[in-house]
Design a protein around this ligand. Structure first.
Ligand SMILES: *[C@@H]1O[C@H](CO)[C@@H](O)[C@H](O)[C@H]1NC(C)=O
Ligand SMILES: *[C@@H]1O[C@H](CO)[C@@H](O)[C@H](O)[C@H]1NC(C)=O
Ligand SMILES: *[C@@H]1O[C@H](CO)[C@@H](O)[C@H](O)[C@H]1NC(C)=O
Ligand SMILES: *[C@@H]1O[C@H](CO)[C@@H](O)[C@H](O)[C@H]1NC(C)=O
Ligand SMILES: *[C@@H]1O[C@H](CO)[C@@H](O)[C@H](O)[C@H]1NC(C)=O
Ligand SMILES: *[C@@H]1O[C@H](CO)[C@@H](O)[C@H](O)[C@H]1NC(C)=O
Ligand SMILES: *[C@@H]1O[C@H](CO)[C@@H](O)[C@H](O)[C@H]1NC(C)=O
Ligand SMILES: *[C@@H]1O[C@H](CO)[C@@H](O)[C@H](O)[C@H]1NC(C)=O
Ligand SMILES: *[C@@H]1O[C@H](CO)[C@@H](O)[C@H](O)[C@H]1NC(C)=O
Ligand SMILES: *[C@@H]1O[C@H](CO)[C@@H](O)[C@H](O)[C@H]1NC(C)=O
Ligand SMILES: *[C@@H]1O[C@H](CO)[C@@H](O)[C@H](O)[C@H]1NC(C)=O
Ligand SMILES: *[C@@H]1O[C@H](CO)[C@@H](O)[C@H](O)[C@H]1NC(C)=O
Length: 856
């Protein structure tokens, strides 16, 4: 049966997550025989613990008939006592409170229960009794409540990790406070309290830590909402300070004078304003400096160029401006990672002295969106493995030397969104290349070959023509993502794709392809292809594992697809002719993204169906983190591992998988916005614009504390803006324009940072930032003067900044980004690491400067 795939006939591949269990192959180094009592205790423990044997890779394999010192996750000392227990990521969900056996393991020095789900219970006695512990890792284990005082008695602790990210359960340090908990842990060298709710006045916590923990080397307090003070000056041994996502507003000068400080990570904060010179910087020992994803402005301080030991400099995603000669960084001769992407910089790449290689050590170079108009001369950069020159205005051909940089070890090359017209011949794409992105250029001619071991290839949005090489599948055995969309490719889809067994995303939309779809590709595709012009195939209901359905930008004339499986995580129906009400008798409790914008849906949003549709009220937030294990993923690629660990993604090990989006814009929905919307607590993007919603803005929106983008524009909303909206501290984009809102714009730092555009077209609104004072209410009189906020208001809502720096935007990349998020569910699928790397490396996130407002 032939199916013709005309341009526009977008067929999206439904990518069903395959679960690859990576066997961790935990190796044990002790060879002594297990003591009987230790064995008994371990077996009791296993018996007490409630764990999911599908997820478990250690406990489940403990075999009574074998020496317990050889069990996965267990390590003994020379006398057969268990000294280390590593039960992270075992799917444990309870039973620890009832177990007395854990505290029986008195010789235990290292305990790791990270990445389990203890459902918010307090850290149990069984753990607290282990007074001999030197290493305790309870990160992301869903413990909750106050951290018990008993922790302060674990005096041998060297390494304590209580971090949790985006768990429903928050660990608190309130009473006993931080000082009490830490004052006797004088041997602590590494302390991770990321995401712990520490209540401390001002800089009290700083004092508590600096006065009690003289040995501290690594301090990580990401997302703790603390303020920083000069007490840091007393941390004489501190080598690593990670305060990313802390909501910090100023860089304290004293940080740069810490005598031992080598790594300073302040990414994802709200650091703003100009950076003035740091006079003490030349004496600093700083090796790694990451200020990315803040709001820093002005020129890059000259004193940064005096940091001669610097190996790692990430300034991406700020508002640094001015012209910077790349040559200037040559002074920093140890520089291995340099990322200046997504600022307002003009990077001048011309080189006056070409005799030397510019940066002898450089292995990561990020110059995305740096106003480049030609390729920098990188011929002599023999160590470069990661190069990002995307989003510039580079014209002409891709020079063939580019494939040779890094001396045949180039790993990732991003040339997307430039004005490139072709590839200089002859060229040879090195087999080292794993990631190649040239999308959105003007490239024409035959499709370049796919590098042999590539994971991710994006050739889309170019003018590539002729047919897809028949043997393309021969070299795609490792390929996970391939997009050839929006080109002028013709002919048949090669059957060799059947060899691309790992392929998760194959997008060949908007070409001139014809012929049959190779039967080996997703079975349902045939039907999907057949029906796509008219309606969605009912047989989709049979896809019990369907996770992503993207049929956006087609011509589908159908009702809402109520039949889709409950496994659905991403549903994109945008820009079709879908119609009728959105009302189903079932719910999708896993749905994270729903984009049904620009259709003809109508009617009311029923509270019941609506709230059932997204994450249920108390649904567990998916706080699953992907653990990166360099030895698994890139065992053959030393550099690559290095890149990922050090360069691109500092927080690579702990990544949020939840991202929820509702885009119902540009339809004919009517009636009130249901209160129940306030129950969707993990919502990060809400767009209901261009409908005919009436009534008032629900106060419950104030409960959406993760919301980063809110667009209710062009509706018929009435009444006042609820003051609850001032609680939305992560809001980076707001549009309430063109409604019938009245009264004062609620005061407080949040809403006033938006420009007048956010509020225009509401004749009854008053107060800052509008130029209309609220004469009779007086309520807005105490609004601080505009200049106490960011001066450059327009910029502030030109991009969407959401919780902890997840930056999203609108447009195709946006959806790709989300697309990938759906893949990052709890499975330790190695492929996800690659997706993560590709889609969301922290330094590469796009700052979308498009307005929030879209036309229908
Ligand atoms: C165990 O984990 C698997 C994979 O995540 C899941 O499908 C299954 O429902 C879990 N079993 C239980 C009893 O929770
Ligand atoms: C346990 O180990 C013994 C001896 O090595 C082996 O024969 C047996 O099959 C194992 N049991 C399980 C459940 O793996
Ligand atoms: C286990 O411990 C929990 C919490 O302490 C308690 O509620 C539960 O009754 C205990 N179960 C058993 C079987 O002892
Ligand atoms: C600590 O370990 C020692 C052996 O190294 C043991 O004798 C002692 O009982 C342990 N302490 C506690 C509180 O379990
Ligand atoms: C810390 O140690 C001191 C002296 O040993 C003791 O008096 C104090 O109670 C301890 N504090 C805590 C919180 O355990
Ligand atoms: C932290 O704790 C304080 C006091 O208990 C509470 O008011 C606040 O909401 C908590 N913050 C978070 C993020 O849980
Ligand atoms: C920091 O050190 C100075 C001088 O050594 C000392 O006077 C001060 O009390 C210390 N501050 C704290 C918080 O420990
Ligand atoms: C850079 O930004 C600062 C404000 O942060 C502004 O005063 C200055 O004019 C800008 N310089 C250039 C060259 O745009
Ligand atoms: C490039 O690689 C080759 C082979 O691996 C090696 O012999 C040569 O020294 C390298 N050249 C440079 C400049 O690193
Ligand atoms: C590649 O694919 C083609 C077409 O499927 C096939 O004939 C050929 O044997 C394959 N192998 C190589 C090494 O090209
Ligand atoms: C798959 O790859 C093998 C080896 O490269 C090749 O011989 C074979 O023809 C390919 N299969 C298809 C369907 O192209
Ligand atoms: C916000 O959530 C809290 C707790 O879940 C609830 O008590 C309150 O009524 C909600 N507020 C609104 C305005 O819905």
């Amino acid at each position: 049966m032939g199916i013709s795939l005309h341009s526009q006939c977008f067929f999206c591949f439904i990518c069903i997550l395959l679960i690859f269990c990576i066997t961790n192959g935990f190796t044990h180094h002790a060879y002594s025989q297990c003591l009987e009592d230790q064995r008994t205790l371990l077996l009791e423990l296993k018996n007490d613990l409630i764990f999911n044997s599908t997820l478990s890779r250690k406990l489940v394999l403990w075999n009574q008939t074998q020496d317990c010192c050889t069990w996965n996750g267990v390590e003994c000392d020379g006398t057969g006592h268990v000294i280390s227990l590593q039960l992270d990521g075992e799917g444990i969900s309870g039973g620890i409170h009832n177990s007395s056996s854990l505290s029986g393991l008195r010789y235990l020095k290292r305990l790791n229960l990270a990445d389990n789900d203890f459902g918010g219970v307090q850290i149990p006695e069984g753990i607290l009794n282990l007074k001999n512990l030197t290493h305790l890792d309870l990160s992301n284990a869903c413990f909750g409540g106050q951290v018990p005082i008993e922790v302060s008695l674990m005096r041998r602790l060297v390494n304590l990790d209580l971090s949790s990210f985006f768990s429903n359960y928050v660990l608190k340090v309130e009473s006993p406070n931080l000082k009490m908990l830490l004052q006797n842990l004088t041997g602590l060298r590494e302390l991770y309290l990321d995401g712990v709710n520490i209540s401390a006045q001002g800089s009290e916590w700083c004092q508590a830590i600096s006065s009690s923990l003289p040995e501290l080397r690594i301090l990580s307090l990401c997302g703790c909402s603390l303020s920083v003070s000069n007490f840091f000056a007393n941390f004489s041994y501190l080598t690593t300070l990670s305060l990313s996502g802390c909501g910090l507003n100023s860089i304290p000068q004293s940080l740069f004078s810490l005598p031992s400080l080598k790594t300073l990570i302040l990414s994802d904060n709200r650091l703003s304003g100009r950076l003035y010179e740091f006079p003490t910087l030349q004496f600093s020992n700083i090796v790694e400096l990451d200020l990315s994803d803040n709001r820093l402005e002005g020129q890059i301080p000259e004193s940064f160029f005096t940091l001669e030991r610097l190996e790692f400099l990430i300034l991406s995603q700020n508002f640094f401006n001015g012209t910077v000669p790349l040559e200037k960084f040559q002074r920093l001769q140890y520089l291995g990672v340099l990322d200046l992407s997504y600022n307002n910089l003009f990077v001048d790449t011309s080189i006056t002295d070409t005799s030397l290689s510019m940066f002898p050590q450089l292995y990561v170079l990020g110059l995305a969106s740096c106003n480049l108009d030609k390729f920098p001369d990188l011929i002599n950069q023999h160590k470069l493995v990661y190069l990002d020159l995307s989003n510039n205005r580079i014209t002409g051909e891709v020079p063939n030397w580019i494939w040779e940089i890094g001396n045949g070890t180039l790993y990732s090359l991003n040339l997307s969104s430039n004005l490139l017209v072709g590839l200089q011949k002859p060229y040879h794409i090195p087999s080292s290349l794993r990631i190649l992105d040239v999308h959105s250029n003007l490239l024409h001619g035959e499709l370049p070959p796919v590098p042999l071991y590539a994971y991710y290839i994006d050739y889309s949005h170019n003018n590539f023509e002729k047919s897809i090489p028949l043997n393309i599948g021969n070299s795609t055995t490792k390929l996970l993502y391939l997009s050839l969309a929006n080109n002028s490719l013709s002919g048949a889809i090669p059957t060799s794709f059947c060899n691309a067994t790992l392929l998760k995303v194959l997008d060949m939309s908007a070409n001139k392809l014809s012929g049959t779809i190779p039967p080996c590709l997703v079975q349902n595709l045939k039907q999907l292809g057949n029906y796509l012009e008219r309606s969605l195939p009912v047989s989709l209901a049979n896809c019990k594992s369907l996770r992503v359905l993207n049929v956006g930008n087609n011509n589908i004339d159908d009702g809402f697809p109520c039949m889709l499986a409950s496994s659905l995580r991403v549903l994109v129906l945008r820009s079709n002719r879908f119609h009728g009400q959105v009302r189903c008798s079932r719910s999708w409790s896993n749905l994270q993204i729903i984009d049904i914008a620009s259709n003809n849906f109508s009617g009311y949003l029923y509270t019941k169906s609506f709230s059932g549709m997204m994450l249920e009220k108390h649904a567990r937030l998916e706080s699953d983190y992907i653990h990166y294990n360099s030895s698994i993923l890139f065992s053959d690629q030393y550099y690559a591992a290095k890149v990922i660990i050090k360069g691109v993604e500092l927080e690579f090990e702990k990544i949020l998988t939840t991202f929820t989006v509702i885009d119902f814009s540009c339809n004919n929905f009517q009636g009130e916005i249901p209160d129940a919307i306030g129950d969707l607590s993990s919502l990060q993007v809400l767009n209901l614009s261009h409908n005919t919603f009436a009534g008032t803005i629900p106060k419950s929106l104030g409960n959406l504390t993760q919301l980063g983008s809110l667009d209710l524009s062009t509706n018929q909303l009435r009444g006042e803006i609820p003051k609850e909206l001032t609680c939305l501290t992560f809001l980076g984009a707001l549009n309430l324009s063109n409604n019938q809102l009245i009264g004062p714009i609620p005061s407080g730092p949040q809403l006033q940072t938006f420009s007048t555009d956010s509020f225009q077209g509401n004749t009854g609104l008053c107060g800052f930032p509008l130029n209309i004072s609220c004469r009779h209410t007086g309520e807005n009189d105490n609004v601080p003067p505009p200049n106490s906020y960011r001066k450059d208001e327009a910029i502030n809502w030109d991009y969407v900044s959401v919780a902890l720096g997840y930056v999203v935007g609108l447009g195709s990349i946006f959806w790709l980004l989300f697309f990938c998020r759906s893949f990052k569910h709890k499975f330790n699928d190695q492929t996800e690491h690659v997706f993560e790397k590709v889609f969301n490396p922290k330094g590469r996130r796009k700052r979308h400067r498009g307005r929030v407002t879209r036309r229908c």
